[in-house]
Each structure stands twice: as structure tokens, then as C-alpha cells.
Design a protein around this ligand. Structure first.
Ligand SMILES: Cc1cc2nc3c(=O)[nH]c(=O)nc-3n(C[C@H](O)[C@H](O)[C@H](O)COP(=O)(O)O)c2cc1C
Ligand SMILES: C=C(O[C@@H]1CC(C(=O)O)=C[C@@H](OP(=O)(O)O)[C@H]1O)C(=O)O
Length: 364
């Protein structure tokens, strides 16, 4: 198993949900970057478990313990390693998972892939908990991007069938608006939808069930000219990272699958010079990326997040030890919906992908 990603900024993530710690080593960070730990902790808290009825009740501080690569608050340029201690594990919840394979979870394929040696406690290295180190690394990347005037934001596009309006339907999304949205557990443009979304999650939980949704992520302030054709395109870089996030089932950029129902004359994003002589496009159906390279409009993409698999509702499965069919009710501490907690994770991986691409261009 490899937990390593990146070309110009390299991440190595490690740990299991019920092991002593999880963490990350970041290679390739520029030296002298001042890390605002308060801002890092805001990102960690947005993702942390144990927030309220919309999240798993497991409580963790999720305070990164930085053991290398930082001196007097600034990066030294050496590999930066942070540990996040696991303090609130309850492994007995998983005793039946040795035998009973949860439908929709990684139990069965993980057992086959690692010959039964995979850590099944809290889903081990498959757990959404391993996104905490990604958020830590992404918070640093966001601080680096902000110095270049690049800001990453997201809103909840949908929970179940309740839909927010799209980023492209907004007149002007400001940095202050993005900052305010980052304080919301369910950030939406149409605030009337927030309570409805909240209720959909609460209803699913009361039904001993779970629910999924879509997150729309956007990047403001990104100039034209970042990315590459083919293998290191902006889309492939971001999709690689987004699909690393557990529970991701799809991604679409710009108009996405809807572009197939348009004609070229509608799909093409026509250019013009704005009042400051900047090159803009009248629409953004290509989501800010053409030929794998940014064209100076916001990068926009949507990520489909499935309903979490661990539900108390009775389901049919197999007992892999007895070789028989079996029933399963999953008790334990689980998220009824992953969407509210995955928003900062998607922003984090977006920032990491862009930082890798920008460092790559600066080197070339
Ligand atoms: C932040 C976060 C929290 C998650 N919480 C849960 C959970 O409480 N219960 C669960 O069954 N899955 C949860 N998941 C999803 C599983 O980790 C994921 O479905 C599993 O590892 C299999 O991966 P896959 O769905 O991408 O195939 C969570 C994922 C994330 C990103
Ligand atoms: C602890 C976190 O969320 C966990 C993610 C998760 C999963 O299967 O992904 C399942 C649950 O794990 P456990 O049963 O070990 O508490 C969640 O609580 C976290 O994200 O930090």
C-alpha cells in the first residue's frame, strides 16, 4: 500500500482510525512560509468529528502535533511532519466486522486485498478519519495560495434531493462571502435551503439510515496558464485527489455532464475584454480549464458524495467466517451524512493539487 501523492509537493499520509495516531509528512514546502496555526485549527475544527447531531459523536481534538520542519512558526524547507493523536477510539464497535462485511464499506475488498491483515477497527486506513491530515496539509497550501490571491471555497450543492443554487448563478462571489461560508456547517447560497438540508439529514438518522449529497467547489483568483495537457491536467490532478477522499463517487467540471446536451454555440465560452482590459469569458461551461490549463476564470467542479454505509437499519450481508448469508445492523458512532464534514476536505485537496501544479510551473 502506498500513501504517497504528488510531484512537486509530496504528501505521505499514514495511520489508522483506531491506531495511536494518524498524520502526514509534507515534502517540497517552500522555506520561510509563516504558518498561522489559528487558521489551521479553524480548518481542522470544520472537519472534526463530534460536532453535533449531523456528525459522528466520536470526539477528537484533532490538534496537529508538528514534530519536524517548522522553526519559530516558519517552515524550514525540510520535510514537515504532523501527528494527530487518536484519543477516543471504541474498537469493540467493530468486533462483528471481522466476520460480517458491511455493504457499501471497504471491509470485504480490504480483507481480500490485504489477506485478512487489514486493520478493521474503525475501518483502519480506509477511514474518513485519515482526511484529518489532508485538511492539515491543505490548510498550509491554502495559506500559500492566499499570498498569491488564490482562494478556494465550496458550498453544499445538494443533500438528498434538496438543491442549492449554483456558483455560476451568483452575480459576484466575494472573498468575504467565502470566509463567512467557511463558518457554516452547511454553507449555501440560498440560505432558505439550509434548514431543509439539515432536516433531511436528521430524518435519515431517525430512520436509522444515511444520506448523500453534492459539494460544489470553486477557486477564485487563479490566473490563466496553470496546468498541462494530458496526464497532469488540472482536471486529472484535482480528480486524482478528490477520488482519494473516501465516499467520493463522481466529479464534474463546469457544466459537466450537462454540456453533452448543449450545441457548440451554447457550450463555447466566448471571450471578451472587461473594463480593466482583462480577458474574461461570458460563460464558464468549461469550469475554468481548457486543454488541462486554467484560462483565468474560476475553476468550478462538483463532487458526488455517497450516503455513509454504516447504518443501523437491518441489511443483508455475508458472514465470511461461517460462509453463510447473515443480517447486519451497524451500531457505533457514525456520520448520518458525510457532506458537512467533507466540505473542508475538498477545499484542502483542491489547494494541494493547485499548489503542486503551480510549484511545477515555477520550476519549469
Ligand atoms: C469525513 C468522512 C467521514 C466519514 N464517516 C463515515 C462514517 O461515519 N461511517 C461510514 O460508514 N463511512 C464514513 N465515511 C465513508 C467511508 O470512509 C468510505 O465509504 C469507505 O472508506 C469506503 O470508501 P468508498 O466509499 O470511497 O468506496 C466517511 C468519509 C469521510 C470523508
Ligand atoms: C473519527 C472520524 O470519523 C469516523 C469516520 C468513519 C469512517 O468509516 O470513515 C467511521 C467512524 O469511525 P469510528 O467508528 O472509529 O468512530 C467515524 O467516527 C473522523 O473522521 O475523524
Amino acid at each position: 500500500m502506498s500513501g504517497i501523492w504528488g510531484k512537486n509537493l509530496e504528501l505521505s499520509i499514514f495511520g489508522e482510525s483506531h491506531g495511536r495516531a494518524i498524520g502526514v509528512t509534507i515534502n517540497g514546502l517552500p522555506s520561510g512560509l509563516e504558518i498561522d496555526m489559528d487558521a489551521v485549527m479553524i480548518e481542522m475544527a470544520r472537519r472534526a468529528p463530534g460536532q453535533n447531531e449531523l456528525t459522528t459523536p466520536r470526539k477528537e481534538k484533532d490538534e496537529p502535533d508538528i514534530v519536524s520542519g517548522l522553526l519559530d512558526g516558519k517552515t524550514t524547507g525540510a520535510p514537515l511532519t504532523a501527528l494527530i493523536w487518536n484519543t477516543n477510539t471504541r474498537s469493540k464497535d467493530y468486533s462483528q466486522m471481522k466476520r460480517l462485511m458491511r455493504p457499501g464499506q471497504a471491509d470485504y475488498p480490504g480483507k481480500v486485498r490485504y489477506d485478512g491483515h487489514n486493520d478493521y477497527r474503525g475501518s483502519g486506513h480506509f477511514s474518513g478519519r485519515i482526511t484529518a491530515p489532508l485538511v492539515f496539509a491543505g490548510a498550509i497550501a491554502q495559506q500559500w495560495l492566499e499570498q498569491k490571491g488564490i482562494v478556494v471555497g465550496s458550498h453544499v450543492q445538494s443533500i438528498g434531493t434538496v438543491e442549492d443554487t449554483r456558483f455560476d448563478d451568483q452575480k459576484n462571489v466575494t472573498v468575504a462571502q467565502i470566509a463567512a461560508m467557511k463558518r457554516e456547517q452547511l454553507p449555501v447560497f440560498d440560505t432558505a435551503k439550509k434548514d431543509e438540508m439539515h432536516q433531511v439529514i436528521v430524518d435519515a438518522k431517525e430512520d436509522k439510515d444515511s444520506v448523500g449529497g453534492i459539494v460544489e467547489t470553486f477557486v477564485l483568483g487563479i490566473d490563466a496558464g496553470y496546468g498541462n495537457p494530458f496526464f497532469d491536467s488540472v482536471e486529472s490532478t484535482l480528480a486524482h485527489l478528490v477520488f482519494a477522499v473516501p465516499a467520493t463517487k463522481g466529479i464534474e467540471f463546469g457544466a459537466g455532464f450537462d454540456i453533452t446536451r448543449m450545441r457548440g454555440s451554447e457550450a463555447n465560452d466566448e471571450y471578451y475584454y472587461d473594463e480593466n482590459n482583462q480577458i474574461k469569458t461570458r460563460t464558464n461551461n468549461n469550469g475554468g480549464i481548457l486543454g488541462g490549463i486554467t484560462y483565468g476564470m474560476p475553476i468550478v467542479f462538483r463532487t458526488a458524495i455517497k450516503p455513509p454505509a454504516s447504518i443501523e437499519k437491518k441489511q443483508r450481508t455475508i458472514d465470511i467466517e461461517s460462509g453463510e448469508d447473515a443480517d447486519l445492523e451497524v451500531f457505533g458512532r457514525h456520520d448520518p451524512c458525510i457532506v458537512p464534514r467533507v466540505v473542508p476536505v475538498l477545499e484542502a485537496v483542491t489547494a494541494l493539487g493547485l499548489m503542486d501544479l503551480i510549484l511545477g510551473r515555477d520550476k519549469a
